[in-house]
Design a protein around this ligand. Structure first.
Ligand code: ZN
Length: 459
């Protein structure tokens, strides 16, 4: 057993000062109390719950920043041209290289305070589009990378079948494909077997998007047993996708999904950027969560999610870093908040009838719904029986130091970046010290070798 005396522990609706947290050998919290008689260590700072990254495409980290050199002002550069660049990278990367990129990315996520990631994984096959002898070879590389650095991973092998609504697949998509739902379910099964080797991994199902899977196959996969939830799907990210869905199904993506499936609190709808008022209401009513990826959505020019309307109907949301163009959790929250302020001319984005503190409110949404995206329900940020996953914010900054406990939370949200994070714990183990991952030297060497091989960033 280990005991920490914590300066400031952030719970759901208050910051507790000078509390003792007892942690068992398995990394789970066994006590949270004001008094303790015995030996203990001290964690100085503001202790937040580990952040949840509810949407990641690991391999895209290798191309972050590369699609920012625009050829000419006359040529369109949008989501679809970005997607062509992304496909080129997806076609090149080997299993070893994917593991190396994932190891660097996940160590960076930890350094930035994320302790758990939902990996929306569709890069399944070899460079010729053939299955590896181990069907889940690529997914296993992601789980191995997460295990190596100490990150918890929910691997979502993604069902990707079509090139678009009623369209054949293209050359760039050949590594992603499962021809039918049976083949996809074999991949899920193989991934589950692989996950048994990794204590920090679990596997759930996901659909790339309505455009990537036909209706019958979708029905086969969405007839899911409770034990196999949660379920993740991209939806309504781009206007073109909405128009094509209307032409093909005669309904908008969210409208069609709601009409045809029993969407409930176990669904995690990624982006859901373009919504009518009635779609906003139907998602909120279903209790499904929307996974928002503000830096990627901004970078790709997706659009602005109608958060104010969604929140007014008690909609639920979490945060993902998707393409990893940005990795800072506080920045993701700020982009989300400021986008709403700019279009509404109002300042109060993050609030509910019960909670007017933006810091508590945004953590409540992103942590609780982020954990649901990983398949677990909790009632508080730190509670008995749960792992001690924690982010320690250094209070040495003058503004943080000279603030009352609740103001420390909002000051950190709006005025700090990841440099204020000095330690990160997963299941009671300290993995980040002094703002650096404990294994960064070896991770760096391996990543440098991989990027040298891949050449595309350096040529
Ligand atoms: Zn995505």
């Amino acid at each position: 057993m280990k005991v920490y005396k914590i300066d400031y522990l952030v719970q759901k609706d208050r910051v507790r000062k000078d509390v003792f947290v007892e942690i068992g050998k398995d990394g789970k919290i066994i006590g949270i109390q004001k008094e303790f008689n015995g030996d203990y260590d001290v964690i100085k700072g503001l202790v937040l719950p580990g952040f949840q990254n509810a949407h990641s495409h690991c391999f895209q980290y290798a191309m972050a920043g590369m699609a920012e050199i625009h050829s000419t002002v006359n040529e369109p550069d949008d989501f679809w041209s970005w997607r062509d660049s992304m496909y080129k990278i997806a076609l090149q990367i080997s299993p070893e290289q994917l593991e190396s990129v994932a190891t660097m990315l996940y160590s960076e996520m930890l350094r930035f305070g994320y302790t758990e990631v939902a990996e929306f994984h569709y890069l399944h096959h070899d460079k010729n589009g053939q299955a590896y002898s181990n069907l889940s070879e690529m997914g296993e590389r992601l789980m191995a990378a997460a295990q190596k650095v100490g990150m918890k991973i929910t691997l979502i092998p993604i069902f990707y079948q079509k090139g678009g609504f009623g369209k054949e697949v293209t050359e760039g998509q050949k590594r992603f494909l499962s021809p039918d739902s049976d083949k996809y379910l074999e991949l899920v099964e193989s991934s589950r077997k692989s996950a048994e080797k990794y204590s920090k991994a679990k596997v759930v199902k996901g659909i790339h998007s309505l455009r990537a899977v036909d209706e019958k196959s979708l029905q086969n996969v969405l007839k899911t047993k409770e034990s196999e939830l949660p379920l993740h799907i991209h939806i309504s990210e781009q206007l073109k996708e909405v128009e094509e869905c209307q032409a093909f199904y005669g309904a908008r993506p969210v409208e069609w999904l709601m009409d045809n499936f029993d969407v409930n609190e176990n669904y995690h709808l990624v982006h859901a950027t373009h919504l009518t008022d009635s779609e906003v209401s139907s998602i909120a009513k279903s209790k499904a969560s929307v996974v928002l990826c503000p830096s990627t959505e901004g970078n790709l020019g997706d659009g602005i999610f109608p958060l104010r309307e969604f929140q007014s109907k008690r909609g639920r949301w979490s945060i993902g870093t998707d393409s990893h163009i940005g990795l800072q959790f506080m920045e993701e929250l700020r982009i989300l908040d400021y986008g709403q302020r700019l279009i509404s001319h109002k300042r109060n984005t993050f609030y509910s009838q019960e909670q007017g503190n933006s810091g508590f409110y945004s953590l409540e949404q992103s942590i609780f719904n982020g954990r649901k995206a990983m398949g677990r329900d909790t009632e508080n940020f730190f509670e008995i029986g749960e792992d001690f996953d924690a982010v320690v914010v250094d209070l040495a900054h003058p503004l943080l130091f000279m603030s009352n406990p609740e103001l420390k939370l909002t000051t950190n949200l709006f005025s700090m970046d990841q440099t204020s994070i000095k330690e990160v714990y997963v299941a009671g183990e300290r993995l980040v010290t002094g703002g650096m991952h404990n294994q960064i030297d070896s991770i760096w060497m391996d990543f440098a070798k991989t990027m040298d091989e891949l050449k595309f960033r350096l040529s």
